[in-house]
Design a protein around this ligand. Structure first.
Ligand SMILES: *Cc1c(COP(=O)(O)O)cnc(C)c1O
Length: 377
């Protein structure tokens, strides 16, 4: 079976893991955690990075740090992985779901601006969603597939309404925006190092940003809010630390970030070239995308059953292929959340088939996949 996205662990991973065991630094303190944090800060162009146990816990901590709480609303694209919405829910808040734009599959800033104008009012200096009476507490774009949307517009909107801007950058390590790293575009950006991401720690995450006070608070929240040296705690904190073992794998992975991104880009380009004469398109990419995942999009109007038949046909040829994110507003826990018109998300998700795109996939394997897709189409 040619897998969708396999970890590539042929660098220093084993050596650094052995070092953890030899030194007994296997837990949440250790040199690798510090080193990993500085590598992530540098790669994202941020002053600070705090490593966390997962992307989801990083999101929960980041939203908590910017003040999202009970009964609040957080603006979120409906086309995202469930973890983005779950992190909002874990704060006691709810996502206000909005549609995406076709060029990046990211939250559409024009829709966000129009929805706020139509559905909100300012009360005591705070933005209130009129129908629910809830406060709007943050905007949370998602860097879908490692694509970065028009962040200048999101910065304008956030400043206009005095809202924190937190980004779910889970799949965006290595992405660029106008030739620059993305770490300063939002107040906080959250990465994931789960096994299917471009860089993995086995599991893990990181929150990056430039605001020293905000990052200190975030570190405090993720490390049980302890006031050393005794057992004093000044808030309800979380145990969301990354362990030295996770960070050891992460350091070895980060050493090869550029190679991984280059290979991801080659895989995407290979599929684009091979499929250019078929009635399908490849995933959209923005300039500087990190090309986290590759795959194809079937013709407009095609429904999910067709995409499923295609994945089955590919499976028979020993190729792993899957459908992709089902929008949040169609998920049971979120079906009653406020939302904009979500036409594009509803049309797009049913037509997506992800294809193998591991960084260690061979050209022979890519050709095998392309031939199978051509035959099936
Ligand atoms: C992977 C992913 C997450 C979750 O990260 P975990 O590390 O698995 O908790 C959140 N959001 C998006 C968009 C993701 O792709």
């Amino acid at each position: 079976m040619i897998p969708l996205a396999m970890p590539n662990l042929t660098g220093n991973e084993k050596k650094y893991l052995e070092n953890c065991i030899d030194t007994t630094y296997v837990s949440s303190v250790g040199e690798y955690v510090k080193r990993f944090e500085s590598m992530v800060a540098e790669a994202t162009g941020s002053r600070y990075a705090v490593a966390t146990s997962a992307g989801t816990t990083g999101l929960h901590a980041a939203l908590t740090a910017v003040g999202v709480g009970y009964d609040d609303l957080v603006i979120l694209p409906t086309f995202t992985f469930i973890a983005s919405a779950n992190a909002i829910r874990h704060c006691g808040a709810a996502p206000w779901l909005m549609d995406i734009e076709s060029e990046s599959w990211c939250l559409d800033p024009n829709i966000v601006q129009l929805e706020i104008e139509k559905k909100c009012e300012i009360e005591n200096g705070r933005l209130k969603h009129k129908k629910s009476g809830c406060r709007v507490a943050a905007i949370m774009p998602v860097y879908t597939l490692g694509n970065i949307p028009d962040m200048d517009s999101f910065r304008d909107i956030a400043d206009r309404y005095n809202l924190p801007l937190v980004v779910d950058a889970a799949c965006a390590i290595g992405a660029k925006y106008k030739n620059e790293n993305f770490g300063t575009l939002a107040d906080l950006s959250v990465l994931s190092f789960n096994g299917n991401k471009t860089i993995t720690c086995g599991g893990g995450g990181a929150v990056v940003g430039n605001d020293e006070k905000l990052i200190s608070l975030l570190r405090h929240i993720t490390t049980t809010a302890r006031v050393w040296p005794d057992y004093d705690f000044d808030m309800v904190g979380f145990n969301y630390r990354m362990t030295n073992i996770q960070a050891a794998v992460g350091c070895a992975q980060m050493e090869r970030l550029d190679t991984f991104i280059k290979r991801k880009r080659e895989v995407q380009a290979f599929y684009e070239e091979q499929f250019k004469n078929l009635p399908i398109t490849c995933f959209p990419t923005t300039d500087g995308s990190s090309y986290w995942f590759s795959g194809i999009v079937l013709k407009p109007g095609t429904d999910l059953a067709v995409a499923k038949v295609l994945t089955e046909k590919l499976k028979k040829k020993d190729i792993e292929a899957r459908t992709f994110w089902k929008p949040i507003h169609l998920q049971k826990p979120y079906k009653d959340c406020p939302r904009s018109n979500v036409t594009l998300a509803e049309s797009v998700w049913q037509r997506i088939v992800t294809l193998p795109c591991s960084t260690n996939i061979t050209t022979e394997e890519l050709k095998w996949v392309c031939n199978a897709v051509k035959e099936a189409i």
